[in-house]
Design a protein around this ligand. Sequence first.
Ligand code: 3VV
Length: 179
Amino acid sequence: MTVPNPARRTSPRSDLTTPPPDAAEPRVDPKAELDFSEIGDVLGNACFGCGPEVPHGLRITRTGHEGSTSYGEFTVIPEHQGAPGLAHGGILAAAMDEILGTSAWLLGGRYVTGRLETDFVRPVPVGSRVHLTARCTGVHGRKAYMEGEGRIGGPDGPVAVRAAAVFIEVPLEHFTEER
Ligand SMILES: CCCCCCCC/C=C\CCCCCCCC(=O)SCCNC(=O)CCNC(=O)[C@H](O)C(C)(C)COP(=O)(O)OP(=O)(O)OC[C@H]1O[C@@H](n2cnc3c(N)ncnc32)[C@H](O)[C@@H]1OP(=O)(O)O
């Protein structure tokens, strides 16, 4: 098994996903917390990240949140493989997108991913339970700066993936207008 080189940098952040010096501290909207599951129900459960019955989906379970920090879990199934026996990197990036997005939506706006940066730190075997954590590191205008990680086997397990992102706040029409 490949082990991460401890001398390697441990943050995936580029300048584009680093909050500017005048970014505001994230403030969670208590109403967003209350309405959170309701919004999900209204939009249906077809989400590849969190839909509980999506065939071969990630079926991420949101296990809680504290401030802008949110937690989730999923199990890597054979259909998530890239190399034999190991999770596909795109699957892990999708999982990070989902948990980072969850933390962004806790801020109270409607957010979409503008940029997602990912470090794949160690391979994730099929059958692994991956524990996801995300948080907001700053807000600047419509941009919410996010970071998070996925750990194997438990909340204190070894880090397998780290991500940093910018989510952009969009109006409702982003989702409803005809294309
Ligand atoms: C999302 C689903 C929600 C379901 C709700 C359920 C309830 C909640 C439950 C659960 C939580 C949700 C979990 C979801 C997780 C998955 C999220 C996804 O995968 S979202 C899909 C992928 N992303 C797209 O499809 C975006 C496609 N792109 C666009 O639509 C546009 O490009 C957009 C909106 C991102 C920006 O376009 P503009 O025209 O509105 O705005 P401009 O002026 O270009 O940018 C505004 C600011 O953002 C910066 N910006 C834009 N793109 C950037 C980028 N790629 N990197 C860095 N900065 C960027 C710009 O530099 C600008 O900054 P300056 O205000 O000037 O300082």
